[in-house]
Design a protein around this ligand. Structure first.
Ligand code: ATP
Length: 284
């Protein structure tokens, strides 16, 4: 008799029964899901669903009232916020977080410093180890400049650059710390059609070349459906669905959450055209 081989991917991140309350508001209500290593996991939901709150829990910016978050099988619940990047979790923000007067290259090198192995004393004494470390960081920055197509603007101050390129710089800055998991918080927000197409390609390229795991919060259904392997849907702080893009697009609870009314059975969630946002209450 032939044996059926089941391929299961290793779990990188496990969110278990996370609950967060702000006064009377339950921002997350016992939310659980797993993110396998490698690939892209989309995290979607209408405005106020709890997506950013979850990202802030993963970054240790918010405390959760109950539950646990395991990264590579270890709880991060007591990890200090400044250790998150060196632990392997990187992040971009809805509002860009960069040193705007510094160059693109300097921003990327700052991103790499959390993984630097030279301490204050050895840096002050200019030991050989420090020079080697600086060369390593420089090489890493050069790799990322090339990968994200930023070579031509490497020495320009970030503030001089168009918004779409600034977003790419922020992505590169987060990648410089060599994260195993990167949290992308609405990377498509504010991008024009061309910039959105560039971003889609960049995310695909980074994922395939670096083998990194991506957790993506995004309102643009074209982007989410186009690049995610798996999607988790939140609504009013609760997980209402998870599955492949095809499963999510035809899930009646997801359709109802986005359209604000019970969905007719079998009505698919239309992935909007690539540049069309898919906000709660707005027609798809
Ligand atoms: N610091 C805070 N203090 C009080 N309430 C908060 C705080 N952060 C979030 N909330 C509330 O928690 C709920 C979830 O908000 P959250 O920002 O996580 O949603 P979201 O899914 O990211 O929304 P959006 O898509 O609009 O960014 C909302 O009701 C919000 O008002």
């Amino acid at each position: 008799m032939r044996k059926c081989q089941v391929v299961t991917r290793e779990i990188l991140l496990s969110v278990r029964d996370i609950t967060v309350r702000f006064g009377g508001i339950t921002a997350l209500n016992s939310v659980s899901f797993d993110v396998p290593r490698g690939g892209v996991c989309g995290l979607i939901g209408p405005n106020g669903a709890g997506k950013t709150t979850l990202f802030n829990c993963l970054s240790r910016l918010y405390r959760y009232e109950s539950g646990d978050i395991l990264f590579e099988g270890n709880s991060i619940s007591n990890l200090p916020v400044h250790r998150i990047a060196s632990y392997g979790i990187g992040r971009t923000f809805q509002n860009l977080a960069m040193f705007r007067t510094l160059s693109v290259r300097q921003n990327i090198m700052i991103g790499a410093h959390c993984r630097s192995r030279s301490g204050f004393l050895s840096s002050a004494l200019r030991l050989r180890r420090v020079a080697q470390e600086e060369a390593r960081l420089m090489a890493r920055a050069n790799e990322l400049l090339a990968l994200l197509g930023l070579g031509d603007v490497a020495e320009r101050p970030v503030s001089d650059l168009p918004f779409g390129i600034q977003k790419r710089v922020e992505f590169a800055r987060a990648l410089a710390a060599d994260p195993k998991l990167i949290l992308l918080d609405e990377p498509a927000a504010g991008l024009n059609h061309e910039e959105l197409a560039d971003l889609t390609e960049t995310i695909r390229l980074v994922q395939s070349k670096l083998g990194i795991t991506i957790l993506l919060v995004e309102h643009h259904m074209g982007l989410v459906m186009g690049i995610s392997d798996h999607i988790v849907v939140l609504n009013f702080g609760a997980k209402i669905a998870e599955g492949t893009p095809a499963q999510i697009q035809s899930n009646p609870d997801v359709i109802a959450a986005y359209l604000g009314a019970p969905a007719a059975a079998g009505t698919p969630v239309q992935p909007a055209q690539p540049v069309q946002p898919f906000h709660a209450g707005a027609p798809a």
